[in-house]
Design a protein around this ligand. Structure first.
Ligand SMILES: [Ca+2]
Ligand SMILES: [Ca+2]
Length: 219
């Protein structure tokens, strides 16, 4: 398990979050782990491949439900920097959540660079936004959590992740020139995944999940 460097201030919430701390933890009632290719950033408008910063490039996505809280972890190809100057560049990592199975998100969780990797929950039905606090940023991952009660305690959830980034190389001199990247997980437009549809086996601490694949790692 990764070390947390200078994230001392986040120690308490990390202790609650991360199984390697030895904290007794309820068996997750849902676990989804998706992998994504590197080098698949594309132009939002044209869909053409588009080179971009490694921290924009999603390499995977984990979503877990411990019965009380939903946790999303975005994995990216290189260490997440301090949030860039929003005048030039904005980057958002988004988890869409469909709670009624109609193929449209009812909620999304967004971790945005605009004000320093803050996480928010957006309710698409009420058009209401809830602050979730600062995301836990550790090297090449970003984590946000939300109480299931904030999602109406749904019995079924489907997910899709994405990264959306916008860059203005010269926002004052040429405000019409910009680059807009996107990366989807899973890659299919309009594709959703639910718990149990992971690309990878559940980690050691999650083997109690009914139906989860046993881990292949040696003890
Ligand atoms: Ca990717
Ligand atoms: Ca992708």
């Amino acid at each position: 398990m990764r070390r947390f460097g200078c994230m001392v201030a986040m120690g308490l919430s990390l202790a609650l979050l991360l199984p390697s701390t030895g904290t007794a933890q309820e068996a997750a009632s849902g676990w989804l782990a998706l992998q994504d290719a590197t080098g698949d950033l594309h132009d939002f408008a044209t869909g053409e491949p588009l080179e971009g910063a490694g921290y924009m490039d999603l390499t995977g996505l984990d979503v877990s439900d411990d019965g009380g809280q939903l946790t999303v972890r975005f994995h990216v190809a290189e260490a997440v920097p301090e949030a860039p100057d929003p005048l030039y560049t904005t980057v958002d990592y988004i988890l869409n959540i469909d709670t009624d199975g109609d193929g449209f998100q009812n909620y999304h969780i967004q971790i945005g660079s605009e004000d320093g990797w803050q996480a928010r929950l957006f309710d698409h039905d009420t058009v209401f936004e809830t602050e979730l606090g600062e995301a836990v940023v550790v090297d090449d991952s970003l984590v946000a959590m939300v109480l299931l009660s904030e999602l109406g305690s749904p019995t079924d959830m489907r997910f899709q992740g994405l990264m959306a980034a916008l860059d203005f190389p010269d926002p004052t001199g040429d405000p019409l020139e910009f680059t807009e990247w996107e990366d989807l997980v899973p890659d299919g437009v309009g594709e959703w995944r639910t718990f149990g549809e992971s690309d990878v086996p559940a980690p050691d601490d999650q083997v109690a999940v009914p139906g989860a694949s046993p881990t292949v790692e040696p003890a």
